[in-house]
Write a protein that binds this ligand. Sequence first.
Ligand SMILES: O=C(O)CCC(=O)C(=O)O
Length: 375
Amino acid sequence: MPKSVVVHQIHFKREYPEYVAYRTPLFFCDDWLNLYLDHYRMHNDSDTCQENDGISCSDYRFVYMGAKGSWTPLHADVFRSYSWSANVCGKKKWLFLPPSQCHLVFDRGFKSCVYDIFDDASETNFPGFKKALWLECSQEQNEIIFVPSGWYHQVHNMEDTISINHNWFNAYNLSWVLDLLSRDYKEAKEYIEDIRDICDDFEGLCQRNLAANTGMNFSDFFIFLSRFFSANILQLYCQLREEGISVWSSSKMAKHLVFNLASIRRIALKLTSMDVVAGNHGFFLDLMETLDDPNFLKLFIDVGRAYGKIHEQQNCSCDTKKAWMVEFLDYSSHIRNPEDFVKFIDYSVAKLSASFCEENLLLSGLNNWPLFEDQ
Ligand SMILES: O=C(O)CCC(=O)C(=O)O
């Protein structure tokens, strides 16, 4: 097969925001990444920062177009997110390698990865390569492929093909994002270790390089988690205000929100014990400012919409939400480090419990986080 690595990738939603060409299948709507990026940038570089005008704001929703014979080299997805890919027309061949075998496609120093699994050089330069067991799958028109976190894959267009593709993460694969950040941070640090002594701000440079290579740094991740947690807990508060305590037995949406909160807390706790955030470089979030920000209100409303859609549940009006948000927010504080964030999480949960406390499973689940530890 003649090979041309030309697969054209378009940020479809960003470039044509008014054109509703498709709806995201319900299975894939629990998407924290694109929900967030609809209102915030993941990384704000003061050198290049522009207004968040909806065009400069990035997202991870693409259309791929490739002629027959074009292909996408071996890789694992950005942030170790999940991805789904729907063929509008054409046919693709996918080759997958599960995470347990991924070490086999790296060189001895674990620095570079095989580019093309059909290239003979792969066998010479990558000692474990021959042992890799590939899963092959062909995808026809109108079929959707789901790619789990951390699975390496190479993709070939067997015909002229157009596909729609999203990357996303949520409570279930959030730990993959943290693991990738930790690994890439270590690598970024090692790479410039020899100039540490002559660097005014070594940690700042590591974080800048991490953002450039990985798409976010620890500060971005931390701010993302804080905002997303706030939107989720407020959503839960609205549900409790609207439906009262019966929400725990009747609402799948409430359970889902609790699960999200538990997952964020688990990651925040991990952050407190990691030396990758030594000095807490660049960690700062003014909660009051965050909650006053119109972008936050939009995120909060969109979180409600998304989970309302997933669980086929009605949502209260934007005005009601706004009023309840103000009511909930007497915790005016700055979050300066992961410890502050965990305290804020525990404070908000305690507040929620105090307002609506009854003997019930979900509240104790929310308070006794380890209940969710193994999920
Ligand atoms: O369809 C393609 O060519 C690439 C898709 C892909 O690699 C992905 O979904 O991660």
